[in-house]
Design a binder for this molecule. Structure first.
Ligand code: ADP
Ligand code: C5P
Ligand code: MG
Length: 218
């Protein structure tokens, strides 16, 4: 009887689904123009701090290549055009990735969400689906001039195989960034939630600033 009870107690946390028995996810949004170095810096952060990196762009590219995905073609055309995919798709991918990460290891509740929210639709989708379920601690904003961003992406395009690392797509991506993403950063700035980093410098110099911020904020 006691053994059976102990057995049940031990099993209980695993049997409860959802996030209710886990730590509330702690989120840092990572924003900046295309090629600003978001992915590069997130990789550095993961190597030095206990964060899980989720790139909205990477998740969309994976969904695009998933056989049987009903969204493959839509995602493909949005990415080439530098447009922002409807949030219903992106938020589900992010939520699922967060849930899977936390289910696999309950200590992994700190997330760097890279390339999101990129427009008002993204932000609304986050607020609708994630409000109260995760805490947005702050926004890391990698600030970088458009020319530097374009040059870095063209250089990356020599080996990335990405359909959007070409001049035509990049011009559209920069427009989307200026028209749709910058206003989101401004909104967070008004809430005092943005840590801005000059991302035009070397990877090491940028990361030194990132470390200062994370050591203070985390
Ligand atoms: P993002 O995720 O913001 O699009 P990436 O991290 O993929 O940007 O970086 C874009 C390209 O620029 C990559 O080829 C990367 O190696 C390079 N890169 C990243 N940070 C720097 C930097 N500080 N200086 C020079 N090149 C960089
Ligand atoms: O961040 P990354 O450069 O990987 O994004 C590539 C593309 O993925 C974007 O230009 C956009 O078409 C799509 N994307 C999106 N919504 C996001 C993030 C990326 O539609 N939140
Ligand atoms: Mg990236």
């Amino acid at each position: 009887m006691i053994v059976a009870l102990l057995h049940r107690l031990k099993k209980l946390p695993r049997a409860v689904h959802g996030w209710s028995v886990m730590m509330k996810p702690q989120v840092v949004f990572v924003l900046g123009g295309p090629g600003a170095g978001k992915g590069t810096q997130c990789a550095r952060i993961v190597a030095n701090y206990s964060y899980t990196h989720l790139s909205a762009g990477d998740l969309l590219r994976a969904e695009r290549s998933r056989s049987g995905s009903e969204f493959g073609q839509l995602i493909d055309s949005y990415i080439k055009e530098g447009k922002i995919v409807p949030v219903e798709i992106t938020i589900n991918l992010l939520k699922k990735a967060m849930e899977e990460t936390m289910k696999a290891d309950e200590k992994k509740f700190r997330f760097l969400i890279d390339g999101f929210p990129r427009n008002q639709d993204n932000l609304q989708g986050w607020n609708t689906v994630m409000d109260g379920k995760a805490d947005v601690k702050f926004v890391l904003f990698f600030d970088c001039g458009n020319e530097v961003c374009i040059d870095r992406c063209l250089e990356r395009g020599k080996s990335s195989g990405r359909t959007d690392d070409n001049r035509e797509s990049l011009e559209k991506r920069i427009q989307t960034y200026l028209q749709s993403t910058r206003p989101i950063i401004v909104q967070y700035e008004k809430q005092g939630k943005v840590c801005t980093i000059d991302a035009s410098r070397s990877v090491d110099e940028v990361f030194a600033d990132v470390k200062n911020i994370l050591d203070k904020e985390s």
